[in-house]
Design a protein around this ligand. Structure first.
Ligand SMILES: NC(=O)c1ccc[n+]([C@@H]2O[C@H](COP(=O)([O-])OP(=O)(O)OC[C@H]3O[C@@H](n4cnc5c(N)ncnc54)[C@H](OP(=O)(O)O)[C@@H]3O)[C@@H](O)[C@H]2O)c1
Length: 302
């Protein structure tokens, strides 16, 4: 089935959380959801950046119902505070869109000692889903949408070096974090089914789109890539569509993965796609899940 946002009816009454909503794809996802009358909580780490993005969203969708809540994925405490604050205010959650991410920064650790890409892209989102699950589970038709990348294809989970304890490869850690997001989505799907929950676990990747994610790419590489960008990438507005499909598509099933359908998945119309075989490895997924529970400080009870 092809996905067209214009064909999705109003979703008034629904509430979504979008992490990293102030920039790139997160901002476009927020605009898409707001167009469908969904109240969007922009979960961002920087109040003033979030305020400017909110103003942009409102300039495009003047009826948008937007609230900013602070969330810094560099800190598990911030995740916990966010979940408590959200739970005190709202008694439903329809869509948890785990979009925020960083790519190839110099080696650094989060407040809790995770390698920063694993911490921000994966571990904090694992905890966020865990803490918000009770609300999602009592909301009919709720979905948890995680964000992966073509980079999962060459990623591998190195249990002996999960947080760059031994060595650090920027791209290796990014690929590992994005593979972890996918392994999590598929493992969540299996566990939700076993628990008899109706929550949908779905994931997507945007292809390639020029956003702030590329800040850490060396200047020389940027110059080399510049002429190729219009050929191999698409604007954030289109790159956000696979996630919007995952969030709003009427034919979405738990375990589905969405991405652009064009050449090598780099750009194109959003559709159901297949991730690489190693992302379906159940033994790796189960081991990662258990380690994630231990490292984020609590069982994920479904
Ligand atoms: N663009 C691509 O080609 C591409 C390809 C594959 C996958 N992706 C994935 O798509 C997602 C969105 O990326 P993007 O391209 O839209 O990049 P972006 O424009 O850099 O947006 C990333 C968002 O994540 C937020 N973020 C980063 N660190 C955070 C933290 N510690 N706490 C809370 N929020 C944090 C950023 O906030 P600040 O503005 O405050 O930094 C920003 O809002 C990422 O998961 C990325 O891995 C993107």
């Amino acid at each position: 089935m092809s996905f067209n946002l214009d064909n999705i009816p109003s979703q008034k009454g629904k509430i979504a959380i979008v992490t990293g909503a102030n920039s790139g794809l997160g901002k476009e996802i927020t605009i898409g959801l707001a167009k469908k009358d969904i109240k969007v909580i922009m979960a961002c780490r920087n109040q003033s950046k979030a305020e400017s993005a909110k103003a942009e969203v409102l300039s495009q969708v003047n009826s948008a119902d937007i609230e900013i809540m602070l969330l810094d994925l560099n800190s598990l405490n911030s995740v916990r505070n966010f979940a408590v604050a959200f739970g005190e205010k709202y008694d439903r959650l329809d869509l948890l869109i785990e979009n925020a991410g960083i790519m190839i920064p110099p080696l650094s650790k989060t407040e809790d000692g995770f390698e920063s890409q694993m911490g921000v892209n994966y571990f904090s989102h694992f905890l966020l889903a865990n803490l918000l699950y009770p609300l999602l589970n009592k909301t009919e038709g709720a979905r948890i949408a995680t964000t992966s990348s073509l980079a999962h294809e060459r990623g591998r989970i190195d249990f002996d070096n999960l947080n760059a304890e031994k060595s650090y490869s920027k791209m290796g850690a990014y690929g590992q974090s994005k593979l972890a997001c996918l392994l999590f989505a598929y493992e969540l799907k299996r566990r939700l089914e076993k628990a008899g929950s109706n929550v949908i676990a779905v994931s997507s990747h945007p292809g390639v789109s020029k956003t702030n994610l590329f800040t850490n790419i060396p200047k020389s590489a940027k110059l080399l890539m510049a002429p190729l960008l219009p050929i191999f990438t698409h604007p954030p507005k289109y790159a956000a569509l696979p996630t919007l499909y995952a969030a709003l598509g009427p034919d979405v099933k738990s375990g589905d993965y969405f991405g652009p359908n064009g050449f090598n998945g780099l750009k194109g119309k959003p559709g159901k796609v297949k991730s690489k075989l190693h992302s379906y490895d159940e033994a790796v997924a189960a081991k990662l899940w258990e380690i994630s529970e231990t490292l984020t400080g609590g069982k994920f009870i479904l």
